[in-house]
Design a protein around this ligand. Sequence first.
Ligand code: PHE
Length: 452
Amino acid sequence: MSERAQFVTRLGAIAATVGSAVGLGNIWRFPYEAGVNGGGAFLLIYIGCVFLVGIPVIVSEFVIGRGTHKNVAGALKQLAPGTKWHWVSYMGIAASLMILSFYSVVCGWIVEYLFQAITGNLSGHSAGEYSAMFGGFVSHPWRPVLWTVLFLCINFWVLRRGIKRGIEKVSNFMMPILFLILLVFIVYALTLPGAADGLKFLFLPDFSQISPKVAIGAMGQAFFSLSIGLSCILTYASYFKDSDPLMRNATVVAVLDTLVALLSGIMIFPVVFSFGMQPEAGPKLVFEILPNIFQQLPGGYFWSVLFFLLLFFASITSTISMSEISISFFMEEHKMSRKKATSVNTGIALVFGSLCALSFGVLSDFTIFGKTLFDLFDYASSNIMLPLGGIFFAWFVGWYVDKRFLDDQLTNFGTSTVSVWRKPLMFCIRYFAPSVIIIIFLYGLGLFDALL
Ligand code: PHE
C-alpha cells in the first residue's frame, strides 16, 4: 500500500470527489433533462433517487474502494476471490469510456465558447442569433472535432501529472468560485420579468407528467451527476485514508452536487421563460441561454470568460475522475506504466469522442436504435449501465461482503461511533435501492402498462 497514492488531506479527498460529481452533469445536463422531462415531476423523482438510492450506492462504492485500496477489478477480486463479481468492473470501465467520449465533446463546446468569449464574439446578438450560432458550430465538419481533441489532450496532460499534484490541486480552489458565480447569475435571473414561471416549471410538479421516460431519465441523471454505478468514486475512495468518515463524506457529496444542479436550474429556467424560449430544447439549451445572460449583465465580457473558464475546470475534474477508472485498472491489473495506461485511455476516447463530435453534423444520420452515437452513448451509459452497476455494488456490499469488513469500514476500524443513520442506510443498501432501480427499469420497459 505504501507506494500507492493517497489524497493528502480529508478536505482534499472530499474536494476531489465533489469535483468528480460536479460538472457538466449539473450545469448542462440537469437543466436540459429537466426541460425535456417536464420540470417539477422530474425534479421530484431526481431528488428521491439522489437521497434514497444515490447515497446508499455512494457508501457502497466507498466501502469497496477504501476497504481494498485497489482499482475496481482488483478490489472485487480481493473481496470475492474465485467468483465472477469482477465482471461488474468491465461494465463500469466500458461505461466510463463511453461517457468520456461524449462528455469530451461537450467539454469541447465549452472550450469553443470560452474562445468566443475571449475574442468578444459572444455579445451583442439576439436570442435567435445565439441559436443559429450554436447550430452552425456543432454541425461544422471539423470544428467540434478539433476542440474535442484539444480537450482530450489537456485531460491527458493533467492525468499524466498523477493523483496528488494534478487532481487535488485543481479541485481545491475551483469549486468554491464556481459556486459563488452561480449565485451572482441567479440574482440576475430572478430579477427578470417572468422569472416566476421558470421557477414554477422547475419546482411545481405536475404529476400528470410522470411517465416511464421521466422516471428513467431522472434516475439516470442522478447516477450520472453523482458519478456512481461505474466505480468512479470507488476508485477515488481507494485513495482515501482509513480515517476518512465514509457516511459523512457521502452525504456531503450528494448534498453539494444536488445544490449545484438546483442552482443551475434556478439560473436557467427564469431566463428560458423570460425570453420565451423552449425548455425542451435539449443539449443545446444552456449554450443558447448563457450568452444571453452574460450580455445583459454589466461587465458581460468578464462574466462570460470567467464562467466558461470555471465550467471548463468543473468538467476537467470530472473527466479526470472518469479516466482514472480505466487508468488504475490498466496499471494495476495489466501492469502498464501510468503513461501507457493514460495513453490507452486517451486513445480510445479520441476515436469515439471524434465520432460523437460529428453526431450533430456529418454523422447526424448515422443512427443506432434511432439514436446518434452521441445520444446512444449518453443514454446507454447513464440510463442503463450506471443504474445496473448501482444494483451490483449495493447488492455486493449489502449481502456479499464479510460483516467484519463492512463494520471496519463504516466505523473506521472502530475509531468512530456507530451512526444513528447506519440502520436506515443498510436497509436502503440491502433492499430499498436495488428494488427502486429494478422497479424503475421495469416501469421503463413498459411492464406496468401491460399489468394495469
Ligand atoms: N458527475 C459528472 C458530472 O456531473 C459526470 C461523471 C459521470 C463523472 C460519471 C464521472 C463519472 O458532470
